[in-house]
Design a protein around this ligand. Structure first.
Ligand code: ADP
Ligand code: ADP
Length: 229
């Protein structure tokens, strides 16, 4: 799914968190949004993912405008989005498999299907046989694998990764990025990757937008924006 942003603006009081952002995020690619802390990345992601409404401007998913939807329409539309975070946001009272099953339970999917699909997703992220592991016993990389499986459970078109590797060591970061790249290809996902780490963009992204003080200051193919001198 292609995402188009037109002149997005979001203020908090007198602070311009996102100013006049226009971008096209192409279908079936990995698109990085990079910038230092406070640049407006989280705000931009909340606007793109329909968690927050812009003060002005438009968000389009393919040929459909989504920034002005009703609450009911939003709930349906948000099923097309998966999200993963720096701190994983897993349920510590549930084991790995139960975490993955959760979004499917919310959607009232059939029990037998949920079980089968959860096991498939667990294998997809390389955790076969670890389904009954309590979350607290998993490493950071394993927790992010569970979070990725959970995000994919309801077959989204878009995966948002918000500083998804920022809490991980370099080796685990590379493994998680490799998994995201593999899954992106396999499932034809559009991936939006928010990061402050240049290595993440270089390693994993096809395109990048550089954000500074709420504005896009550079945008394009990673190979062109970050060309070696
Ligand atoms: P990040 O840099 O990853 O966005 P922050 O610690 O800046 O992390 O923000 C964490 C959360 O608090 C975000 O949802 C952000 O929008 C919100 N936030 C940040 N600054 C403020 C603020 N001045 N007032 C209220 N909420 C804020
Ligand atoms: P980043 O994710 O790049 O760190 P954010 O989008 O979190 O940037 O924040 C951009 C600016 O907006 C920061 O100055 C932050 O303090 C401010 N901000 C973010 N969310 C809120 C909020 N809910 N209320 C007030 N200020 C906010």
């Amino acid at each position: 799914m292609k995402i188009t942003l037109k002149n997005l603006k979001r203020d908090y009081g007198t602070l311009h968190a996102v100013q006049d952002v226009s971008l096209t995020i192409p279908s079936n690619k990995i698109y990085g949004i990079i910038g230092r802390s406070g640049a407006g990345k989280s705000t931009l992601v909340r606007l793109i993912s329909m968690l927050e409404k812009p003060d002005s401007g438009e968000v389009w998913y393919d040929e459909e405008r989504v920034d002005n939807l009703s609450k009911k329409e939003l709930i349906a539309k948000r099923r097309r989005i998966g999200m993963i975070f720096q701190n994983f946001n897993l349920f510590s009272s549930r084991n790995a498999l139960e975490n993955i099953a959760y979004p499917m339970e919310i959607c009232h999917m059939e029990k037998g299907y949920i079980k089968k699909r959860s096991e498939e997703l667990l294998a997809l992220v390389g955790l076969e046989g670890r389904g009954d592991a309590p979350i607290s016993t998993l490493s950071g990389g394993q927790k992010q694998r569970v979070a990725i499986a959970r995000a994919l459970a309801v077959q989204p078109d878009i995966l948002f990764c918000d500083e998804a590797t920022s809490a991980l060591d370099p080796q685990t970061t590379r493994a998680i990025l490799a998994l995201i790249k593999e899954i992106q290809k396999k499932m034809n996902l559009t991936v939006v990757m928010i990061t402050h780490q240049m290595e993440v963009v270089r390693d994993a992204c096809d395109f990048v937008a550089v954000l500074d003080s709420g504005r896009v200051v550079e945008e394009g193919k990673v190979s062109e924006v970050f060309a070696s001198p």
